[in-house]
Design a binder for this molecule. Structure first.
Ligand code: AMP
Length: 171
């Protein structure tokens, strides 16, 4: 785990002053680290009844697709407004400054589908909270919210369903 943590690069003052951005591209581009990260996360869910992985645009697609392939499920995309071609269900959520929204196809799930939501990093938890709400609105059940990494000092997990949050690398 320490090796995986070390390969993630800190970029200071990106995208704005005062933020330390966790650059996961260094982990993704290293074959051994990428393989190990996906294997460790997928291993957690082997043998569970999972119907669908949900990936959040954009870095959540990378982990989401790899997990879906490993677990033999499909992947459903949660995207920024105007990107999905069919009828969508959308949710608005607050950011530090202003607000944003995310969309999912309205027919993404069968009632009661169990899903894992995948994203690269848990920070304040605002994005994942919105996606949880979106998915529950469509009648699916959350098995777990899975992250490559978590910024524990921001305590994002306290906003999310208790006991349903897992992150591989904690900072
Ligand atoms: P949040 O809604 O605050 O949990 O932030 C979620 C999204 O913002 C994640 O999908 C990350 O991709 C990105 N993000 C937020 N803070 C950071 C950070 N310090 N380093 C890298 N990515 C971040």
């Amino acid at each position: 785990m320490d090796q995986l943590k070390q390969i993630i690069r800190d970029i200071h003052d990106f995208p704005k002053k005062g933020i330390v951005f966790k650059d996961i591209t260094t982990l993704l581009s290293d074959a051994k680290s990428f393989n190990r990260m996906v294997d460790l996360l997928a291993h957690r869910y082997v043998g569970e009844k999972i119907d669908q992985i949900v990936g959040i645009e954009a870095r959540g697609f990378i982990l989401g697709a790899a997990l879906a392939y490993k677990l033999g499920t499909g992947i459903t995309l949660v995207r920024k407004p105007g990107k999905l071609p069919y009828n969508t269900c959308s949710i608005n959520y607050e950011l530090e400054y202003g607000s944003d929204s995310l969309e999912i196809h309205e027919d993404a799930f069968q009632k009661g589908d169990r899903v894992i939501i995948a994203d690269d990093l848990l920070a304040t938890g605002g994005t994942m909270t919105a996606v949880v709400e979106l998915i529950e609105k469509l009648g699916a059940e959350i098995h777990e919210c899975a992250f490559m990494a978590e910024l524990e000092f921001l305590d994002g997990r306290s906003k999310l369903p208790e006991g349903k949050v897992y992150s591989l690398l904690k900072f």
